[in-house]
Design a protein around this ligand. Structure first.
Ligand code: ZN
Length: 376
């Protein structure tokens, strides 16, 4: 093929991608709007719409309200054209989720299965995933299976290099992928949750993410990127020491933030399951609970205040406990953070995640969604 031919093909691909991404971003648009905003000729836009429709990537249904003349046809992407599966591996269970091309959750469930670093465990997880794929007829539209695990992964995301909570140091992506005939990906669950928060806050430049899961996690976002670090432990705020004489952490040290601000720490202190803790706390059923919750928020605000000195940016509270936060909790946090602080934090700079315990699994699934959108 000559040079001119190649250039023409490239230009065609570029225009197709431009039109698709424009529709994707706008969610609903019209042909005229595309022509105007992309400054493309009407025939080029028409051609590309025909190609994208033929490929099944977009659909035209419904009309915009018109003040006169012909009504404009509403154009959308087909959000269910491809889907991605996200898995969240925990000590006693795993989460399974599927999302569409907008990252909307189509399905989220928890399956009880204690982790053990044995072939039978990986076979069982893969079997459940396969059944889920078949039950939902995802075979032809599945982009891949992305696995969020507790534990820090190697820079190439092929294995866990530090997994003291679950005892999964050395766990390999291959342990799962050899049983699954689809592309598979592995990542640290804190980073996955941060991906989801970034996805939900597209304008965010920087942030510190607190993942308030059964075990605590965190991530640092700068320049709209999640910091990995030279050895992948950037944002491991769970092991910041806030009291050298404090309780023993699973890492072997004392007084890590994990021992005060994980959901497990709150359950241990109250003797109640998280759901019961909050339902009783909110109705004032047990006078012990408010001081325990304030103690929790005091430690959290201590960490937020210190980290805000390092990264001057919004704080995102994500994970299992996030949906339990109410306005008064944020008021209380802000009051503690800003007491005698030279750099007060605006209330609007505390953002609360909405996906609860499924944040890592949903966040992991976005890996393949982003890859697909970028590949158009
Ligand atoms: Zn620790």
């Amino acid at each position: 093929m000559n040079e001119k031919g190649l250039t023409t093909i490239n230009l065609k691909q570029i225009n197709r991608a431009k039109v698709y991404r424009y529709i994707y971003k706008k969610k609903v648009t019209s042909k005229q709007q595309i022509v105007q905003d992309l400054q493309m000729g009407l025939s080029t836009v028409s051609q590309n719409l025909a190609i994208l429709e033929e490929e099944g990537l977009i659909e035209r249904n419904g009309y915009f309200d018109s003040t006169g003349g012909r009504k404009a046809q509403a154009i959308r992407i087909v959000s269910s054209f491809k889907i991605s599966i996200g898995i969240g591996i925990l000590k006693n269970m795993f989460h399974i989720t599927s999302v569409d091309l907008y990252g909307n959750t189509l399905f989220a469930d928890t399956i009880s299965l204690p982790y053990s670093n044995k072939p039978s465990y990986y076979e069982q997880v893969a079997k459940e995933i396969q059944e889920f794929i078949i039950a939902n007829h995802y075979e032809d539209k599945l982009l891949g299976v992305s696995i969020a695990t507790q534990g820090i992964t190697s820079p190439d995301n092929t294995m866990v290099t530090y997994g003291n909570i679950m005892g999964n140091t050395g766990m390999r992506l291959e342990d799962f992928s050899k049983h699954l005939p689809y592309p598979c990906h592995l990542e640290h669950d804190s980073k996955s949750a941060a991906c989801l928060e970034l996805w939900n806050h597209q304008d965010l430049d920087s942030a510190v993410v607190f993942l308030l899961n059964r075990n605590l996690g965190g991530a640092v976002i700068t320049n709209h990127n999640i910091q990995q670090g030279d050895s992948m432990h950037s944002g491991a705020i769970e092991h910041i020491c806030i009291n050298p004489d404090g309780p023993l952490c699973y890492c072997g040290n004392r007084g890590c933030l994990e021992t005060y601000c994980s959901a497990n720490a709150l359950e241990d202190a109250s003797g109640l399951a998280i759901k019961d803790f909050f339902s009783q706390l909110r109705v004032g059923a047990d006078p012990r609970l408010l001081p325990l919750w304030e103690d929790y928020l005091n430690h959290l605000s201590f960490a937020i205040k210190n980290l805000n000195m390092v990264i001057d940016a919004p704080i995102i509270i994500s994970g299992y406990l996030a949906p339990y936060f109410i306005d008064e909790d944020i008021d209380y946090l802000i009051k503690q953070i800003n007491s005698a602080s030279p750099f007060p934090l605006e209330r609007s700079n505390i953002l609360i995640g909405v996906h609860g315990q499924y944040a890592p699994a949903i966040g992991a699934s976005l890996f393949y969604i982003q890859q697909f959108i970028d590949s158009i």
